[in-house]
Each structure stands twice: as structure tokens, then as C-alpha cells.
Ligand binder design. Structure first.
Ligand SMILES: *Cc1c(COP(=O)(O)O)cnc(C)c1O
Ligand code: SF4
Length: 357
């Protein structure tokens, strides 16, 4: 099949030059936007650029992937490394923060540059996190049998060829304490050609070598879906992999209960199991997508009434400064206030017998 050859071609013909992109869109490129793209370059596959052109400059897709002036606005203060990952860099390409699972970051390359990206200040620098010394990584994992899951992230891990993925999976399968494998990727939605026969065969080959192989698909809005990426996602959900969703809550993109409800209906139709709804990170250059936690909680709370428990994502926040990921509906203390918010949004008092308190 030609299909299995074509994703690298789609990748390499993507727009990386802002002038070519705006010429293709036939939209005006202002000097201010040109300047933004010097700091935060564009990267947009052709098929996505065609969709943006059809949907227009105010569309969700344009706002997710095209530069805007506020990215360089000095009044929008944000952090270079908003989630403090670097502190937990324990071996080459390995971030070990939570006891039982480690992030593996074999690439800085993505199929698109999302303007809200939490790594937007790192993706274009040759960072030591991404340097190779895989032998040391494996040695670390053998010395830390508490790690049972490897989470491929990046960048986007599906940028690796099927051959490279096979090499890594083989090595991880030889560490007896590694039981689960997970990928977090935007490819299924952005460059669905990547879900080729070779990739599906590889996952099939490794399904008995690990307890689970999971793919968390990153998507934020129904407008990202079309017949082509839905077909690719159907191949994934018909495979033996566990397919989850991952969404970033973003001001001006999906910051309402209705928009999220449509997105979760789409996930349900595609048999994608909702996993994470991330509160936006306070990233430098992406602060125009930020919304306060209070507002995020109200939006999420609205969803709880409309979506069954099995289709409700975990709403999580990465606490700035390296404190990790935790429920954003977290009570501010383990001391119980005596009240809980009901599904209808009312504060309800709960009486507990005195002798238990
Ligand atoms: C999100 C994350 C993980 C995975 O956490 P899960 O709760 O298993 O989804 C692991 N390591 C780091 C550093 C993370 O940010
Ligand atoms: S795919 Fe993920 S890592 Fe890559 S630019 Fe988008 S948000 Fe960032």
C-alpha cells in the first residue's frame, strides 16, 4: 500500500515558512506576525492548512495553530518551564516524577506547533533532556523496578519511525518490571496518515509483551475532526490498544460546557475513552489561552451533569514549580468543610456522626 509510505511525505511538505503559509492562505502577513513567528515558528501540515483556509481566520483551527501578536506581549507573564519537569530528569530522555511511571522523551518534533503548547519555549532548542544515551536510560530503569509504565511523550513520540519505535519497545520489553506502555500523541488527529499498516502491525506484535499499550489522543475541539482522521482513529479503536483522550482547556477555544460537551460526544462516538482535561499551563507566549481555575471548575462542573461518569474526563492541573499533576477539583484541604457541591451546583451540608470526626 502507498499509504504506509506517505506520512513522512505529508510531514516533510508541511508549512514551516510563515511567508509561504500566508501566501497559501491568501491572508495578510503583518510585520508583527512575522516577528512572532521568528520566536515561535509555525509548523502546519498542508491538509490542516487547507482546512484552516476554508474555516477562516477566526476559526478554532486558525486560533490553535496560527501566530497572534499577544504571544510576544510582555504584559502576559508566563513561565519558560511551567510545570518544572526538568527537576525530575533522572536519566537521558527520562523524567521520573511519579513513583510507578516515567516519561520517555525521545524527540522534540511534533506534527504541528500548537500555539498554547506548554513546551513552546523548549521545542526548538537542543535540550539536554532529548540527547541520546539509551543504555544509561535502561540501566536506570533496571535499578528502579518501581517504574512499571513508560509514557512516550516529546515532542510527539509518533514522529519516530516504526523501526525506531520497535527498537525502543524491544529494549523496554526486556526490562521485566516494565508492564505498561503509553503514547501521548497529536498525530491521529493532525497527521492521520501516521497510523499506517506498519504502526498497527507493530502494536499487534507487542501486545503480548506488555500488559497494556495505550494511546492518548490529543484533541481539543470537534472542528479538529473530519472523515480522514475519524477513519484513522477507527483503526486504532479496533486494535488491541487502549485509546484515551487528552484535552487542554483553552480560553477562546473550548472554554464552555457546550463546546466540551460536543467534544466528549465525539469521543464517545469514536469509542475514545476520556482521560484528561488539562487546566492550561501558565506558559510564556501562551498566556492568552489561560483562564482562571474558578472558571475552569464552573465549566467542568457543568459537564458532570451532562456526561455519564464513564465518559467524564479527569480535570487536572499541573501545579507550577514542579509540584505535579493533581485534580483541579481538589479540595483546598483534607479537612472537611462540612459542605459539598451537588451535581446541580448547590452547596449541600453533610452531617457526619461526631465520634468519627
Ligand atoms: C502526567 C505525567 C505522568 C503520567 O501521569 P498519569 O497520572 O499516569 O497519567 C507521568 N509523569 C509526568 C512527569 C507527568 O506529567
Ligand atoms: S503536539 Fe503537544 S508537544 Fe507538540 S506542539 Fe502540540 S501541545 Fe506541544
Amino acid at each position: 500500500m502507498v499509504e504506509s509510505q506517505s506520512w513522512t511525505n505529508s510531514f516533510s511538505t508541511s508549512f514551516k515558512n510563515i511567508h509561504e503559509l500566508y501566501r497559501f492562505l491568501d491572508w495578510e502577513l503583518t510585520p508583527a506576525l512575522e516577528k512572532v513567528a521568528k520566536t515561535y515558528p509555525v509548523f502546519i501540515p498542508r491538509r490542516l492548512a487547507e482546512k484552516i483556509k476554508v474555516q477562516g481566520p477566526q476559526s478554532v483551527l486558525a486560533r490553535e495553530f496560527l501566530p497572534i501578536e499577544s504571544e510576544l506581549d510582555p504584559d502576559f507573564k508566563g513561565l519558560e518551564d511551567p510545570i518544572g519537569d526538568k527537576t525530575y530528569h533522572k536519566a537521558p530522555q527520562l523524567i521520573h516524577r511519579y513513583e510507578s511511571r516515567a516519561l520517555f522523551t525521545p524527540t522534540t518534533i511534533c506534527p504541528v506547533h500548537c500555539r498554547y503548547c506548554f513546551r513552546k519555549n523548549e521545542l526548538n532548542v537542543a535540550d539536554e533532556i532529548f540527547q541520546q544515551d539509551f543504555v544509561e536510560t535502561i540501566a536506570y530503569l533496571k535499578a528502579h523496578p518501581e517504574v512499571s509504565e513508560i509514557i512516550f511523550t516529546g515532542g510527539d513520540p509518533l514522529t519516530l519511525s516504526n523501526d525506531k519505535l520497535e527498537k525502543y519497545l524491544t529494549a523496554f520489553s526486556e526490562v521485566s518490571s516494565i508492564k505498561d506502555i503509553r503514547f501521548h500523541s497529536r498525530y491521529p488527529v493532525i497527521l492521520p496518515e501516521r497510523i499506517d499498516d506498519g504502526f498497527l502491525a507493530l502494536m499487534e506484535k507487542f501486545k503480548s509483551r506488555f500488559r497494556t499499550i495505550t494511546l492518548a489522543i490529543h484533541a481539543n475541539h470537534v472542528d479538529e475532526f473530519d472523515e480522514i482522521n475519524r477513519q484513522a482513529i477507527k483503526k486504532l479503536t479496533s486494535s488491541s490498544m487502549q485509546i484515551l483522550s487528552q484535552t487542554v482547556l483553552l480560553k477562546g477555544i473550548n472554554d464552555s460546557t457546550e463546546v466540551l460537551l460536543n467534544l466528549y460526544q465525539e469521543f464517545i462516538s469514536l469509542k475514545i475513552r476520556p482521560y484528561y482535561l488539562h487546566h492550561p499551563d501558565q506558559v510564556k507566549g501562551g498566556m492568552h489561552f489561560y483562564l482562571p481555575l474558578r472558571q475552569g471548575r464552573e465549566i467542568y462542573h457543568g459537564l458532570r451533569k451532562l456526561i455519564p461518569g464513564w465518559a467524564l474526563p479527569h480535570y487536572v492541573i499541573d501545579i507550577p514549580g514542579g509540584h505535579g499533576k493533581i485534580s483541579a477539583m481538589n479540595p483546598e484541604s483534607t479537612t472537611f468543610s462540612g459542605q459539598l457541591i451537588s451535581k446541580d451546583g448547590e452547596l449541600v451540608s453533610i452531617q457526619e456522626p461526631d465520634f468519627f470526626i
